[in-house]
Write a protein that binds this ligand. Structure first.
Ligand SMILES: O=c1ccn([C@@H]2O[C@H](COP(=O)(O)O)[C@@H](O)[C@H]2O)c(=O)[nH]1
Length: 278
C-alpha cells in the first residue's frame, strides 16, 4: 500500500504545494449570502468541493464548524469528505484529537479506518497527553496509508507559553514533539507520513526541523497575518517540506466558483515563489 507521505509527495508535485481549509465561519456564510444553518453549511461545502476539489492538493475541513450543527452537521462533513476524495484531493481533517492511548484508539478508528464514515487521508492531533499516547493513531495510519499531523508550534500567540517551555533536558516541549515525530519518519521514502503543524506566524524560533523528513503544515497565512514571504524565516532549510495552508483568505473570495479558483491560484503562486529559492 502506498504511504500517505508518498501520496502527499505526488499530490504536491501534480497540483502544487497548497492546502485550503473549509472553515464555514458564520461571517463567511453570511458573506456568501447563505443561512447560518445546515443548509447553508452544505451549500458552502459543496461549492468549495466544486471549485477546488479537482485542483488543490490537500483540502482541510475544520471539524468544529461542522460539529456546531450537531449530527446533521457531521452528516454534511461525511458527505463533504466523500466528495473531496472522489474529486481527487487529499483530505486532512482538522480535529486536533488527543487523549489517553485507549481513547486515542477510538479516535484512530473514527478517522483512519477505511470502514469509518469519517475516514480521511490524514488528521491533526494534539500531543499534550504525550506523543506516545498518539501511538494508536500512528499505527492505524501506517497500516492504511494514512497520515497524522501533530501540533508542534501553533500559529496562535497563546501557544508559545506551553510549546516553548523548556524541560529538564534543555529542550522545549515543541522540540521534544519534533524529535519524536522525526523518529517515526526515519527511513521513509520519499517523505514520511507523520507531519507537524508549525504556524507561519511564529518567525524564527530556533527550533531544529532538519530531521523531520515529513510534511510541515503551515497555517496562519492570510487571515492571521502571515504571508508566504514569512515562510523562509520560520522554516529555513526545511522549506521544501512545507505545506502552506489558507482558509479565510481563499474562502472569502466565494461564493463564485471562478473567484475561489482564482484566489487559490493566487496564493499558490505566492507559495511557489516563496518556496522556490529553497
Ligand atoms: O496552529 C494552528 C493549527 C491549526 N489552525 C487551523 O487552521 C485554520 C486557519 O484558518 P485561517 O482562516 O487561514 O486563519 C483554522 O481551521 C485553524 O483552526 C491554525 O490556524 N493554527
Amino acid at each position: 500500500m502506498e504511504s500517505f507521505g508518498a501520496r502527499l509527495h505526488r499530490a504536491v508535485a501534480e497540483r502544487g504545494p497548497l492546502c485550503v481549509g473549509i472553515d464555514p465561519h458564520p461571517g463567511l456564510l453570511a458573506g456568501w449570502g447563505l443561512s447560518d444553518d445546515v443548509e447553508g453549511l452544505e451549500r458552502f461545502s459543496r461549492t468549495v468541493v466544486e471549485a477546488l476539489g479537482d485542483r488543490v492538493a490537500v483540502i482541510k475541513p475544520q471539524s468544529a464548524f461542522f460539529e456546531r450543527f450537531g449530527s446533521r452537521g457531521v452528516g454534511v462533513l461525511e458527505s463533504t469528505i466523500r466528495q473531496l476524495r472522489d474529486s481527487g484531493a487529499l483530505v486532512l481533517l482538522d480535529v486536533k484529537r488527543g487523549d489517553i492511548g485507549s481513547t486515542v484508539s477510538a479516535y484512530a478508528s473514527a478517522y483512519l479506518d477505511p470502514s469509518s464514515p469519517l475516514y480521511v487521508d490524514a488528521v491533526t492531533a494534539s500531543p499534550y497527553l504525550g506523543v506516545g499516547s498518539l501511538a494508536p493513531m500512528f499505527e492505524l495510519a501506517a497500516a492504511h496509508g494514512g497520515g497524522v499531523f501533530v501540533l508542534a508550534l501553533t500559529s496562535n500567540p497563546e501557544g508559545a507559553a506551553v510549546q516553548r517551555a523548556v524541560g529538564a533536558d534543555g529542550r522545549t516541549v515543541a522540540q521534544t514533539v519534533i524529535d519524536e515525530i522525526s523518529q517515526l519518519n526515519r527511513g521513509a521514502d520519499p517523505l514520511g507520513s507523520f507531519g507537524l503543524v508549525v504556524g507561519a506566524t511564529i518567525g524564527d524560533t530556533g527550533h531544529d526541523l532538519s530531521a523531520v523528513h515529513g510534511p510541515l503544515l503551515a497555517p496562519g497565512l492570510g487571515a492571521q497575518g502571515a504571508t508566504a514571504a514569512d515562510l523562509r524565516a520560520v522554516f529555513g532549510s526545511s522549506l521544501p517540506s512545507v505545506l502552506p495552508s489558507y482558509s479565510r483568505e481563499v474562502l472569502s473570495a466565494g461564493p463564485d466558483v471562478a473567484a475561489l479558483r482564482a484566489a487559490a491560484e493566487r496564493v499558490l503562486g505566492d507559495c511557489r515563489a516563496a518556496l522556490a529559492g529553497s
